[in-house]
Design a protein around this ligand. Structure first.
Ligand code: BES
Ligand code: MN
Ligand code: ZN
Length: 487
């Protein structure tokens, strides 16, 4: 779906479907009035009968004499409208619109002034919510003719001074869609090779993007023992996918985004239980989110330098697979005793994080569906941020708040580190039951000493359930963080 900013007034807009907001207790509606007296009379009648009151969640579709659908959606009370509600209302309206035969939709939700949401933020919520609602996974499913999505264009009305934000949000939405595409594709398709091919398409699209893919032989020569240990049980050989975007002076240090790209996580020899194992196709959502953010930045041509590093590996049980008890030498030279082959994310990330430092980045963020414990701690609402760098967690969390892609900080205190001690190596790869998300962060912190670095666990936020699939989170948060960095 194409997204376009417009300043055209509603009466002149020829879109097949127009989305208009209506607050609870609002008596007249200027937009509906602008569409003619007949519609206005219909709305008044519905309001009088109280079968439409403007409560959040309500919607009413009328038709005008030009055959346009006029979808009036309840916004609730203005001073009570939350970010979540505005996002959800936009989501639902465009999901409903996508199910009609309409090809073009115009949303006038932003013609209202919201008392509790800043205008720039409202713009992003409406664009991101609408794009999210329209998305449907279609890659490996056949749809009958009468169930095809026809919607191809969304026009977003807003004052001209807000169009920069529409364009930013549009780029974010593209990144979110790319991440959802990668996340939702099945593990027999979206394997390490597929991720490398996807990155190649991005590199071909923009002049200021370069791609470098390391294969397993190169990584072996370099000594990336931890990453290779995870991959050695699979026929799908590991790849390290490196995308470089140059948006400003080459001498300026890049921001590095590193994303866990386990294209399928069986647990390896420490095999996972069968129930819901299919969901481990989403174990590359860290990779999907950093690639999505990369797409958004390249789309916007933001004036920063960005480096996106994706270790893409499959974790399988096999005669050649790594085993519990193995001691592995990582790329950094530090040794790791493997006590559970299912704690594989940190094994591939530690080598990718060491590699990232060769590019002398200004700051490193890593994104990973790293621990089930993160879902226990924060559920599906917030990603977990861990860092030892002053102010970095706040910068990330604040960026998330701007685009309704929320995160929350967990501590990385040194006292947790001893849970990784072992007599047989520099560290073991699991920290036991207490604070599983934090000890995973502690493990990674040992490979990022002296760096400005934050780890973001997205195990609870990267996908929703079997029906909704990959959410594309936290592409919006990452992109907003980078926009804020660029100043
Ligand atoms: N990819 C999983 C984490 C995960 C599990 C994310 C369920 C979302 C839902 C990760 O590789 C893993 O298996 N982690 C283990 C770590 C443990 C062995 C220390 C876990 O969380 O159980
Ligand atoms: Mn695992
Ligand atoms: Zn995993």
């Amino acid at each position: 779906m194409k997204i376009k900013a417009t300043i055209q007034n509603i009466a002149d807009n020829a879109a097949d479907l127009l989305i208009v907001g209506h607050f609870q207790d609002q008596t007249d509606n200027a937009l509906i009035t602008a569409l003619g007296s007949e519609l206005s009379a219909q709305l008044s009648q519905r309001l009088a009968n109280a079968d439409f009151t403007g409560k959040n969640g309500e919607s009413l579709t009328l038709y005008n004499d030009k055959g346009q659908h006029i979808m009036i959606v309840g916004l609730g009370k203005n001073d009570k409208l939350t970010q979540t509600a505005l996002y959800d209302i936009s989501h639902k309206a465009s999901a409903t619109a996508a199910k009609t035969r309409c090809k073009t939709v115009a949303t006038y939700l932003l013609s209202d002034t919201f008392e509790s949401i800043d205008a720039d933020q409202a713009v992003k919520l409406v664009v991101l919510g609408s794009s999210h609602g329209e998305y449907r996974y279609e890659d490996t499913k056949n749809f009958k003719e009468d169930n095809k999505h026809n919607l191809d264009t969304l026009e977003v009305f807003a004052d001209e001074n807000l169009h920069t934000y529409i364009n930013q949000a549009k780029a974010m939405a593209e990144g979110v869609t790319a991440a959802r595409h990668l996340g939702n594709n099945p593990p027999n398709i979206a394997n390490p090779k597929y991720i490398a091919k996807f990155a190649e398409q991005i590199a071909n699209k923009y002049d200021n993007v370069e791609l470098d893919v390391l294969n397993h032989k190169q990584m072996k020569k370099m000594g990336m023992g931890a990453l290779l240990a995870v991959g050695q049980g699979s026929h799908n050989k590991p790849k390290m996918v490196v995308l470089k975007y140059t948006g400003t002076d080459k001498k300026q240090a890049p921001v590095a985004l590193v994303g866990k790209g386990i294209t399928f996580d069986t647990g390896g020899i420490s095999l996972k239980p069968g129930a819901n194992m299919d969901e481990m196709k989403y174990d590359m959502c860290g990779a999907a989110s950093v690639i999505g953010a990369f797409v958004a930045i390249a789309e916007m041509q933001l004036d920063i330098n960005l480096l996106t590093i994706v270790p893409a590996v499959e974790n399988m049980p096999d005669g050649k697979a790594y085993r519990p008890g193995d001691v592995i030498t990582s790329y950094s030279g530090k040794t790791i005793e493997v006590l559970n082959t299912d704690a594989e994310g940190r094994m591939i990330l530690c080598d990718a994080l060491t590699y990232a430092q060769e590019f002398k980045p200004e700051v490193i963020l890593d994104l990973a569906t790293l621990t089930g414990a993160c879902v226990v701690a924060l559920g599906h609402q917030a990603s977990a941020v861990m860092t030892k760098t002053d102010g970095l967690a706040q910068d990330v969390i604040q960026a998330g708040l701007q685009v309704h892609d929320r995160a929350w900080e967990l501590p990385l205190w040194d006292e947790y580190q001893k849970q990784l001690d072992t007599s047989f190596a520099d560290m073991q790869n699991i920290g036991g039951f207490p604070a599983g998300t934090i000890t995973a962060g502690c493990f990674l912190s040992r490979f990022t000493e002296g760096q400005k670095w934050a780890h973001i666990d997205i195990a609870g936020t990267a996908w929703n359930n079997k029906k909704e699939g990959a959410t594309g989170r936290p592409v919006a948060m990452l992109t907003q963080y980078l926009i804020n960095q660029a100043g």
